[in-house]
Design a protein around this ligand. Structure first.
Ligand SMILES: [Zn+2]
Length: 513
C-alpha cells in the first residue's frame, strides 16, 4: 500500500508540474474559435492603418491606435516606451511612374525609404549602367546628367516559386525537424572583400556627382513584386535628414517592368519615363517607440511572461504577413485571455516592437533596459532579469503553428510537449530542438532568457517586404488557431510554480555586439 502511495504521489508530482489546465483550454478554444475578432483586427490594421515604417508618421498614428485597442481589450499599464535616437521620420506622400516612350505603360514601383522626393513631375531619359568595379565608373563619367539610371542588373524571375506554391509541412518534413538534436555550427569568418568592387553607397555618390536625376533598381526576381528597403547608408547616419535630402531618389521597380526597359534600351531605342515623388521628412530627430500592455498577475505579479511581435513594417504595403499577422495574433491572444477572465499568477505583458526590420532594435533596447544582459559587460544584468519567465514571438508569416522550437533549451521540452497536447487535433505536434533566428526573440535568447518562436506552416502572404502583402492573402483560420495556442502557452507559463527553466550556460559565442 505504502509503495503504491509513493508511486502514485511521484506520478502526481511529475504530472502536476507541467499539467494542462483542460478547463481553461476549453474556454480559450471556445472564445478563440467561436467569438474570434482576429479578422477584424487584421483588416483594421492592414486596410485602415496600412504600412508602418519605424518612426514614420504612419507608425505614430498606428501606435496611437494600438494603445486604444489595448484599452478596449481591457489591458492595464499600457505604455508607449521610447528607445534610441532613430533620426528623422520619413513618409512617402505621393508617387507615380509611367513609361512614355517608345510606348505608354503605367509602371509599378515605389521610392525606397529615406530617399528624397523629386521636383515636380519630370520626364527623364533612361540609361542603363553596368558598374561593378571602380574602373567601370569611368565609362559613364560625364554621360549621366539629368538621366534616370537603371542601376541594378536585370533580375531573373523565379518562376519555380510560383509554379509550385508553398505547401504546408508534410509529416516527413515535421519528423525531420523533430529529429535534429544538434545545434547548428557557428558561422565561419566572412571572406575578404575585393577592394576593386564598388559598394552601392560609392556607386550612388558617383551618380549624385554626375548629376543623375533618379536611380531605378529591381532586385527581387519575384513575379509582380517590388522589394526595396532604405537607401544605403541610412542606418550608418541614423536616418539623418541631411543624408536623406542630399541623396538621390531611388525607385524600386517590379522585375517585369524593369526588364522591359532594359531590353528596349539594349536595342538602342530611347526609353523615357515620367516620374513624380513627394516625401515628408520630419523636422527633428526623435526616438522610436515600443507599445506595451499588461494583464497584471496575482501572487507572482512581479514575475513577467511576455508575448509579442514586431509592429513595424516596410513601407510599400500594409505587410499583412510580415508582421501584421503576428501582431493580430498577439493582440487576439490577450483579448481571449481577458475575455475568459483568467487570473494569472505572473504578470502577462504584450510588446509590439518597432525597429525590427532595421535590426531588432526595439526588442534589443527593451531587453537591455529592463532585464539586462550578463553576456554584455556594457549592459550588465538588471533587476528584472531574475523575475523574467519567458517570451513568445510570432514572425514567420501567417501560417498556422505546427509545433515550437526549443531554441536549444532542452529544459522546456517537457513543458512544451505537455502544453501542445490540447492542440493535437490542430496539427500542433512537433518539437524542434534547434535555435531559430532573425526576429525579436533573439535579444532575449542572447541574454540567456527563455524566448521562443513557433514552427509555422509557410502558407499565406506574398512574402515579406513587398508591395503585394495585403489582407486578402492571409489564411484567417490559421491565425485564429495561433491566437488560441499562444494564449494557452502564455496562460500555462504564467501559472507555473517556478519560472520556465533556462539553459544552464549562456552561449558566449552569441554575445550581442
Ligand atoms: Zn518580420
Amino acid at each position: 500500500m505504502k509503495k503504491i502511495l509513493i508511486c502514485l504521489s511521484a506520478f502526481l508530482i511529475g504530472q502536476e508540474k507541467y499539467d494542462v489546465d483542460w478547463e481553461t483550454v476549453a474556454k480559450i478554444r471556445e472564445e478563440g474559435f467561436q467569438r474570434s475578432e482576429i479578422s477584424n483586427t487584421l483588416s483594421y490594421m492592414t486596410d485602415v492603418l496600412g504600412a508602418r515604417l519605424t518612426n514614420s508618421e504612419d507608425m505614430r498614428r498606428a501606435q496611437d491606435w494600438a494603445v486604444k485597442e489595448m484599452k478596449r481589450i481591457g489591458l492595464t499599464n499600457i505604455e508607449i516606451e521610447p528607445f534610441m535616437d532613430y533620426g528623422y521620420s520619413w513618409d512617402n506622400q505621393y508617387f507615380s511612374i509611367h513609361m512614355i516612350e517608345p510606348d505608354y505603360q503605367t509602371m509599378v514601383g515605389y521610392p525606397i525609404a529615406h530617399t528624397p522626393g523629386i521636383n515636380g513631375r519630370q520626364k527623364l531619359t533612361v540609361v542603363r549602367t553596368q558598374i561593378k568595379t571602380k574602373a567601370d565608373l569611368e565609362k559613364y563619367r560625364g554621360k549621366l546628367r539629368g538621366k534616370a539610371i537603371l542601376a541594378t542588373p536585370p533580375p531573373k524571375i523565379d518562376q519555380e516559386r510560383y509554379r509550385n506554391g508553398t505547401p504546408r509541412y508534410t509529416d516527413e518534413q515535421l519528423k525531420e525537424i523533430s529529429e535534429k538534436p544538434f545545434p547548428k555550427a557557428p558561422r565561419g569568418p566572412r571572406p575578404p572583400v575585393n577592394p576593386d568592387l564598388v559598394s552601392s553607397e560609392e556607386r550612388n555618390t558617383f551618380f549624385k556627382n554626375e548629376g543623375v536625376s533618379v536611380i531605378l533598381e529591381s532586385k527581387s526576381g519575384w513575379i509582380a513584386a517590388v522589394r526595396g528597403f532604405a537607401r544605403p547608408g541610412a542606418k550608418k547616419d541614423k536616418w539623418d535628414r541631411k543624408g536623406t535630402v542630399e541623396h538621390l531618389p531611388i525607385v524600386a521597380i517590379t522585375p517585369e517592368h524593369y526588364n522591359r526597359m532594359i531590353r528596349i534600351v539594349d536595342r538602342d531605342i530611347q526609353v523615357k519615363i515620367e516620374v513624380e515623388i513627394k516625401t515628408k521628412i520630419g523636422k527633428n530627430r526623435r526616438k522610436a517607440r515600443n507599445v506595451l500592455g499588461e494583464i497584471v498577475g496575482s501572487d507572482k505579479k512581479d514575475e513577467i511572461v511576455m508575448l509579442g511581435a514586431h509592429f513595424d513594417t516596410w513601407h510599400a504595403s500594409p505587410n499583412a504577413s510580415d508582421n501584421t499577422s503576428g501582431v493580430a495574433v498577439m493582440l487576439e491572444a490577450m483579448r481571449i485571455l481577458k475575455a475568459v477572465n483568467i487570473q494569472p499568477r505572473r504578470t502577462i505583458r504584450i510588446a509590439l516592437w518597432s525597429g525590427e526590420e532595421q535590426g531588432l532594435h526595439g526588442s534589443r533596447e527593451y531587453v537591455n533596459k529592463h532585464f539586462g544582459n550578463p553576456n554584455d559587460p556594457e549592459v550588465g544584468q538588471k533587476d528584472g532579469y531574475e523575475n523574467f519567465s519567458a517570451y513568445f514571438n510570432q514572425d514567420y508569416g501567417p501560417g498556422q503553428y505546427r509545433g515550437i522550437y526549443l531554441q536549444d533549451n532542452e529544459h522546456v521540452r517537457k513543458a512544451f510537449t505537455s502544453w501542445m497536447k490540447p492542440f493535437d487535433d490542430l496539427g500542433m505536434t512537433t518539437i524542434g530542438s534547434q535555435s531559430v533566428g532573425s526576429t525579436d526573440h533573439i535579444p532575449f535568447d542572447r541574454a540567456g532568457l527563455p524566448a521562443f518562436q513557433f514552427l509555422q506552416d509557410r502558407v499565406g502572404g506574398t512574402g515579406g517586404h513587398t508591395n503585394l502583402d495585403f489582407y486578402d492573402t492571409i489564411p484567417i483560420e490559421d491565425i485564429k488557431k495561433n491566437a488560441v495556442i499562444v494564449a494557452s502557452f502564455i496562460y500555462h507559463t504564467a501559472m507555473l510554480d517556478e519560472p520556465l527553466p533556462r539553459k544552464l550556460k549562456l552561449n558566449v559565442n552569441r554575445r550581442i555586439k
